[in-house]
Write a protein that binds this ligand. Structure first.
Ligand SMILES: Cc1cc2nc3c(=O)[nH]c(=O)nc-3n(C[C@H](O)[C@H](O)[C@H](O)COP(=O)(O)OP(=O)(O)OC[C@H]3O[C@@H](n4cnc5c(N)ncnc54)[C@H](O)[C@@H]3O)c2cc1C
Length: 411
């Protein structure tokens, strides 16, 4: 059979273990934080326990201390972890660290891996990624931050960055800067490893966003920093992946990150729908349970459809990744779909909870304000739809049908 949705037993076992981990350890630990227990204590306890069970860095190869999961098993794991904001953190699989660790693994020198990657893999340090500037975001080739060579031993960076997630929690930053303005557009930029804190990389503020924040947000990496880069001296040995390769490495990193967000969205939407269903089966209005109203059942059905489509997309992409197939079109389609999907499901869950959904007594309000960013990060909707649309036209021109750009090559 060409298409087989049977998941290998080993992957099923891992998913089951992670599901139990999230339900029995991470979600209850959220209450410890709410009760005021120190974050470091709660996360430290969780990480120790997770690691002892072999639940650590799911996507990192075993020889580097991770679980060595392939794309399918990792997708299944991430689709569980996103149910709790402590899920990914507890297994050292949180963004933006995870994708950045992969970049270091793929492009770092032995020295860089030893000095910078090892403590990240051990969960002793955090890392952030500084690409976006006020000057340029969706079109990152508009970045203005410059890196000038200082002899052969160092580079000096000047410019600005903003929306560097987790910068205030990070010990290391990957900073992109223009090294050669005369090179072809995508070869003008390089990536530098910067140790923090650093007087040349000055965090001006954590940008106030629409997201509901708690005191913990910034410690956990939920904050997004504006940064002034002034005479930031970086040793030449901290250049990552060679001069002119910054942009390609960034794209490599974003490709993984986009999928991980989507996988966490499935988990979050699933928990929101579970909460909504629990609520409507308990709540009575006008003499009837909410769950007995057809209108309410339709709302639940629409959420179920969204989740089903989301899961199928991710499984198909994981399948393509397992086979080493080109998945760029599906990645862009799914990136946009999954950001809207989670928004619709969480919005419905808020609606069905009534005023309780609007309050901060459930996590729904916080999720709702956080997930709005997903239509912007890692490429806004319009840029992905632009790419997808162009591929639709290309497919038609080549084959006389758009099917190969719409999942049609599945059949
Ligand atoms: C919560 C959050 C976290 C982030 N974390 C990081 C991080 O850790 N590191 C980092 O480097 N960056 C980060 N970013 C930045 C993010 O990657 C950028 O916001 C994103 O790339 C969009 O860039 P921009 O905000 O400059 O929008 P712009 O480039 O100014 O675009 C504005 C709008 O114009 C439209 N648009 C743009 N281009 C096109 C087009 N070709 N066709 C049609 N419409 C178009 C889109 O609607 C887009 O939203 C983060 C952003 C947010 C909101």
């Amino acid at each position: 059979m060409a298409i087989d949705f049977e998941i290998p037993q080993e992957a099923k076992n891992i998913r089951e273990k992670v599901r139990r981990w999230v339900q029995e350890e991470c979600i209850p630990a959220e209450d410890r934080l709410k009760a005021g227990e120190p974050y470091k204590q709660v996360l430290g306890d969780l990480r120790k326990k997770a690691r002892a069970q072999g639940l650590w860095c799911p996507f990192i190869p075993k020889e580097h201390g991770g679980m060595g999961l392939g794309p399918l098993a990792n997708a299944l794991v991430q689709m569980e972890l996103g149910q709790s904001h402590l899920g990914a953190l507890s297994m050292n699989s949180q963004g933006p660290d995870d994708a950045t660790m992969l970049t270091l693994l793929a492009h770092g020198t032995e020295h860089q891996k030893e000095k910078f990657l090892k403590p990240l893999l051990n969960g002793e340090k955090r890392i952030c990624y500084s690409m976006t500037e006020k000057a340029a975001g969706a079109d990152a080739t508009g970045m203005q931050t410059r890196a000038e060579k200082k002899g052969n031993s160092a580079y000096v960076l000047n410019g600005e960055k903003w929306f560097s997630s987790a910068a205030t929690a990070a010990d290391i930053a990957l900073v992109m800067a223009k090294t050669n303005p005369d090179a072809p557009r995508h070869q003008q930029f390089s990536t530098f490893i910067v140790e923090l804190p650093n007087p040349g990389y000055r965090i001006k503020r954590n940008i106030k966003t629409m997201a509901v924040e708690s005191e913990l947000s910034h410690i956990m990496g939920g904050g997004h920093a504006e940064i002034e880069i002034a005479d930031l001296e970086v040793p030449a040995e901290n250049l990552l992946g060679g001069e002119g390769n910054g942009f390609n490495m960034g794209q490599h990193r974003l490709a993984y990150g986009r999928l991980r967000h989507g996988m966490h969205n499935v988990a979050m939407a699933q928990r929101a729908l579970d909460m909504a269903t629990k609520h409507v089966t308990a709540r009575t209005t006008f003499g009837k349970k909410l769950s007995e109203r057809q209108g309410v059942q339709w709302m639940l059905a629409d959420c179920a459809s969204e989740l089903y489509m989301a899961r199928l997309m991710l499984l198909h992409i994981a399948y393509k990744a397992e086979k080493g197939m080109d998945l760029r079109q599906e990645n862009s389609i799914a990136k946009v779909f999954l950001a809207h999907m989670v928004h619709k499901v969480v919005d419905t869950a808020i609606q069905l909870h009534g005023a309780l959904g609007y309050s901060q007594d459930t996590p729904l309000a916080s999720w709702y304000t956080h997930i709005r960013s997903q239509r912007l990060v890692d490429g806004p909707d319009e840029v992905h739809r632009w790419t997808v649309g162009r591929n639709v036209i290309k497919a038609y021109e080549k084959f006389g049908t758009t099917a190969s750009a719409t999942g049609g090559d599945l059949l």
